[in-house]
Design a protein around this ligand. Sequence first.
Ligand SMILES: [Zn+2]
Length: 123
Amino acid sequence: MGHMELEQALHAARALVLADLVAGDVAEADVVSLVEDAVAHRRWWVEQWPEGAGFLPGLIAQDVQDALLERHGRWPLCPVCTDSGDPHALEVEPELGPDPHWACTKQAVLVAPVGSLGSALGG
Ligand SMILES: [Zn+2]
């Protein structure tokens, strides 16, 4: 995979994660900068391991999720378990693989592909 393809894969992953942040109304300037940080870090990573390009959306989603947990709290909140008093965050499945989805691990259901959270949230 050439440099151009890697940049396209990074750009696509960035767009997917940003779409999910927009869907959850958390795409503020400081949050977008977290995405840029994650993309920059994963650019280095994928240059070392180009075969992992297909894993970028799931990895960047998890990077942003971790960064948000420290600064803003849980994201994205599970839209399935809205009745329970303690909202939990969705998790990316597979953690390291292609075609990542947001999953509710309590109900063991896939909620939406990474990048399509808006449809699951009714947006
Ligand atoms: Zn849930």
